[in-house]
Design a protein around this ligand. Structure first.
Ligand SMILES: Nc1ncnc2c1ncn2[C@@H]1O[C@H](COP(=O)(O)OP(=O)(O)OP(=O)(O)O)[C@@H](O)[C@H]1O
Ligand SMILES: [Mg+2]
Length: 229
C-alpha cells in the first residue's frame, strides 16, 4: 500500500546455531503508515532492539520480509542496504554511539558527508539541527565534555540531519532524568510531526508510550497487542 512506510511480515530471527541457538523474533508482523508515531514496549530481552535493527537494515534475519517505503530490503546487498539506510532511515541507538574523537557538530555532520554533501554545507546544516535541540553553545565540544542528556540530543540531531523519512529510536531517553527525557521527546516529536515523518520509539517509559499514536507490546519475540488509540 502506498502510505505504508514500514511493513514487517512474519520475520524470524535466530541468534547462533544448533543447541546454542536463541529464537528472538517469532513470526513478527508490523505495519506502520507514513506519518505514524508508534511505540514498542515490552520486557528486557523481549527482542525490541532486535526488531528495530531488522527494520533499520542493520542485521539479517532467517525468514520473512521487510519492506521500507515500498521497497523489499530482504535481499539487498550489504552496500545497497547501507546506502538505502543512509538515505531513508535515521537511527537513534540505545547507547548514543557518538564518535569520541569528534566534536558534537562533526558527529552530526557524518551522515551528510557519507552522502557526499560538501563540508561547508554539511557544517551549516548540522549546526541548524543542533540549534533545534538547543545545544548551539556546545557544538564544538567532544562527547566526553557533554552531559549524558546532551550526548543523547546530539545523537538525535545526527539521526535527523539528513532529513530521513523514517526515524527508529531505541530507548532514546534510556538513562536520562524526567526533565531531560521530556525535553528530548518533546523536541523529537515536534520535529517528526511537523515534517510528517514516520517514527518507531522503543521505550520502557509508559509516559513516553502514551505520547505516541499507537503502542505495540513485544513479549518473548511475539507481538502481543497492536492497540489503536
Ligand atoms: N548478537 C547477539 N547474539 C546472541 N544473542 C543476542 C544478540 N543480540 C541480542 N541477543 C539476545 O536476544 C534477546 C533479545 O535481545 P534484544 O536486545 O532485542 O532485547 P530488548 O528487548 O531490546 O531488551 P532491552 O529492553 O534490555 O534493551 C536477548 O535474550 C539477548 O540476549
Ligand atoms: Mg534493547
Amino acid at each position: 500500500m502506498e502510505n505504508r512506510a514500514i511493513e514487517v511480515e512474519k520475520i524470524k530471527k535466530i541468534y547462533g546455531y544448533g543447541r546454542n541457538s536463541l529464537k528472538v523474533l517469532n513470526d513478527v508482523s508490523l505495519s506502520v503508515n507514513t506519518g505514524e508515531i508508534v511505540s514498542i514496549v515490552g520486557p528486557s530481552g523481549a527482542g525490541k532492539s532486535t526488531l528495530l535493527n531488522m527494520i533499520g537494515c542493520l542485521d539479517a534475519f532467517q525468514s520473512g520480509t521487510v519492506r521500507i517505503l515500498g521497497k523489499d530490503i530482504t535481499n539487498l546487498s550489504i552496500e545497497d542496504l547501507a546506502e538505502f539506510r543512509n538515505r531513508h532511515i535515521g537511527f537513534i541507538f540505545q547507547l548514543h554511539n557518538l564518535l569520541s574523537e569528534f566534536t558534537a557538530v562533526e558527529n552530526v555532520m557524518i551522515p551528510l558527508l557519507i552522502s557526499r554533501t560538501g563540508k561547508k554545507k554539511a557544517r551549516k546544516t548540522a549546526l541548524e539541527m543542533i540549534e533545534r535541540f538547543e545545544l548551539s553553545d556546545r557544538a564544538g565540544h567532544k562527547p566526553a565534555e557533554l552531559s549524558g542528556g546532551e550526548c543523547q540530543r546530539i545523537a538525535v540531531a545526527r539521526a535527523l540531519v539528513s532529513d530521513p523519512s523514517i526515524i527508529l529510536a531505541d530507548e532514546p531517553t534510556g538513562n536520562l532524568d524526567t526533565k531531560n527525557s521530556d525535553m528530548l521527546i518533546g523536541s523529537l516529536l515536534k520535529l517528526v510531526s511537523e515534517k510528517n515523518k514516520t517514527i518507531i520509539i522503543v521505550t520502557h517509559d509508559m509516559s513516553i508510550a502514551e505520547r505516541t499514536g499507537r503502542t505495540v507490546t513485544l513479549v518473548d519475540g511475539m507481538l502481543q497487542t497492536d492497540l489503536k488509540k
